[in-house]
Write a protein that binds this ligand. Sequence first.
Ligand code: GTP
Ligand code: MG
Length: 79
Amino acid sequence: MTAIWLYQFRLIVIGDSTVGKSCLIRRFTEGRFAQVSDPTVGVDFFSRLVEIEPGKRIKLQIWDTISCNPWTPVKITNH
Ligand SMILES: Nc1nc2c(ncn2[C@@H]2O[C@H](COP(=O)(O)OP(=O)(O)OP(=O)(O)O)[C@@H](O)[C@H]2O)c(=O)[nH]1
Ligand SMILES: [Mg+2]
């Protein structure tokens, strides 16, 4: 079976609370800005395929986290 993407990259978005992380990711992955956005609890996952050249796609897997602590997602997935 041939994958529809060449490479997959995992991006973890961190930053202070309510700075707009979830809205930015939704805009990028879903193409729309959400006026109302609930605080993220734990970690949410989003993905988007990006065509880097005609016929060549990469997959971005984006983790939306709760705080600026870079270890938070690791802790969450380990429990
Ligand atoms: N005016 C304006 N408001 C924004 C923008 N981005 C986000 N907001 C608003 O800011 C608030 C928080 O946005 P979120 O995307 O939920 O913020 P967050 O960083 O994910 O917050 P946490 O999940 O609690 O860490 C929401 O009420 C959004 O509507 C922007 O570019 N402009
Ligand atoms: Mg959020």
